[in-house]
Design a protein around this ligand. Structure first.
Ligand SMILES: [Zn+2]
Length: 131
C-alpha cells in the first residue's frame, strides 16, 4: 500500500467515473504508429510529462523514428517519450482528468507528471561521456 502522495492523485481519483479503465487503455492504441494522426492534430499532449503542444509548430524538428516496417511514432519534444496523443484521435487530450488517468494507468505512478506535476520548465538535456 502506498504511503506517499503522487501529484495527479486528486485528478486521477476524480476522473475515475468519467473515464473508465477500458477507455484509457483503448486510447493507448493511438500512441504508436501515430505520425499522421498527430500531425493532423492542432493539439497534442504527452501523457508521460504533460507537455502540450501544436504539432505543426514542431513539424521540422519533431522526433520521429520509423520502426522496421516504416511506421512512424511521434516522440515528445520535451521528454522524448512515445506517449503522445493528438486531438485527431478523438480523445480529450487537454482534459486534466483524462491526462491524469492516462499517466497513472499507462505508467503505474512512474511518470514525470505523477512525480513533479505540470511544469512549464522544459527538460534540459545534457550529454555525458561514459568510459
Ligand atoms: Zn513528454
Amino acid at each position: 500500500m502506498k504511503n506517499y502522495e503522487l501529484k495527479m492523485d486528486r485528478y486521477q481519483e476524480e476522473g475515475k467515473e468519467k473515464y473508465l479503465d477500458n477507455y484509457i487503455f483503448e486510447a493507448e492504441n493511438h500512441i504508436m504508429n501515430n505520425y499522421d494522426e498527430v500531425m493532423k492534430s492542432s493539439k497534442a499532449t504527452c501523457m508521460y510529462c504533460g507537455y502540450s503542444f501544436n504539432p505543426n509548430e514542431f513539424s521540422a524538428t519533431i522526433e520521429c523514428i520509423p520502426d522496421r516496417d516504416g511506421n512512424k511514432t511521434i516522440h515528445c519534444p520535451n521528454c522524448y517519450c512515445d506517449a503522445i496523443l493528438g486531438d485527431k484521435s478523438g480523445y480529450p487530450v487537454t482534459d486534466i482528468y483524462f491526462i491524469a488517468r492516462c499517466t497513472r494507468l499507462w505508467f503505474n505512478g512512474y511518470s514525470r507528471l505523477d512525480y513533479i506535476g505540470f511544469s512549464n520548465e522544459r527538460i534540459k538535456w545534457v550529454k555525458i561521456e561514459v568510459d
